[in-house]
Design a binder for this molecule. Structure first.
Ligand SMILES: Cc1ncc(COP(=O)(O)O)c(C=O)c1O
Length: 306
């Protein structure tokens, strides 16, 4: 069971989480016409009177970008302010995850985006490690990632997650921790809620946006950190066989942070992962606001009355 934060933002006001309920006729529930975000926050290890949110602006921008595919205009500044208020009202004391969701909230039959009300809500939950930080096993999924010509992949659209859900359950029920999906070209795409990186001969490689990946914010952060550390980075298609013989493989996302991969199908990866470990340590310091070079990625929220 999850530990949900006590206050949610729902139908334009803050209410107790238990009171935030929707009708069974809600349009989004039937047609997947919703888009969501997910960001992490922690109490500042140096000062319990403030909360640190990682890349709040980027997360709000991406959700507003996703909302465009739902025919809904949402302002990133408004969303940012609601999330700040949300954190201040909840006063979280442990590492947590915020889930804002934009959806067609009207009641009605017929898939469409016009003439149907939209709204958004925000709730949160405590969240520790989503995947083991010590290394996970992955299966190559029998499911293929959607293609941008049939699905708006530049949005984080709820309906897409049926593929992630099928792939995750298939992987777990066959004895693996996570799934890696190929795209329709048969190239490495991403995991069920994370982007994929490999290391070969000291170079960090990840599929480019044209490979039908989600525009991951952790992916962007990892690429920036690596470049600043002088690690060569390449965005290009990755073959399945290249994935299996890589020197290092890791998945990254808001929930999973950086999760090293120790095995893919029957292929065991080397236990020594110098680049993954270096990036993991750096990212962890940044999220705790210990790295002066990346202070602009951390939004500090004071908790009044604490
Ligand atoms: C399908 C998918 N890919 C990648 C990611 C990683 O994105 P981010 O780093 O922005 O969390 C996520 C998580 O949101 C996701 O759901």
């Amino acid at each position: 069971m999850h530990n949900f934060l006590p206050i949610a933002y729902f139908e334009n006001q803050f209410v107790p989480f238990e009171n935030a309920k929707i009708s069974i006729a809600t349009h989004a529930l039937h047609y997947g016409t919703a888009a969501f975000g997910g960001m992490r926050g922690i109490p500042d290890p140096e000062n319990p009177q403030q909360i640190l949110l990682f890349r709040l602006d980027r997360h709000c921008q991406r959700l507003c970008q996703s909302a465009k595919f739902l025919n809904y205009e949402l302002s990133p500044e408004k969303l940012e302010q609601i999330i700040i208020d949300f954190v201040q009202k909840n006063q979280p004391t442990k590492s947590f995850y915020i889930r804002p969701l934009v959806y067609s909230s009207g009641l009605g039959i017929a898939p469409r985006l016009h003439n149907i009300e939209k709204n958004f809500f925000v709730y949160g939950l405590e969240m520790g490690d989503y995947l083991s930080p010590d290394g996970i096993s992955c299966r190559i999924s029998s499911w293929t990632r959607q293609e941008d010509r049939s699905f708006p992949l530049r949005g984080k659209i709820s309906a897409a997650y049926i593929t992630s859900a099928l792939a995750k359950t298939e992987a777990v029920e066959s004895g693996f921790d996570e799934a890696i999906l190929m795209n329709s070209q048969g190239k490495v795409c991403e995991a069920t809620g994370m982007n994929v990186f490999i290391v070969r001969k000291g170079k960090l490689i990840t599929p480019g946006f044209e490979q039908d990946i989600l525009e991951g914010i952790t992916r962007d952060s990892v690429l920036t950190i690596a470049k600043n550390l002088g690690i060569p980075t390449i965005e290009r298609p990755i073959d399945k066989s290249e994935l299996l013989i890589a020197d290092e493989v890791f998945l990254c996302g808001t929930a999973a942070k950086i999760a090293p991969v120790k095995q893919i199908e029957t292929f065991k990866l080397p236990e020594n992962r110098p680049i993954t470990e270096q990036l993991k340590e750096k990212l962890s310091g940044i999220t705790e606001n210990k790295d002066s070079d990346y202070k602009n990625w951390i939004y500090v929220i004071p908790l009044e009355g604490k």
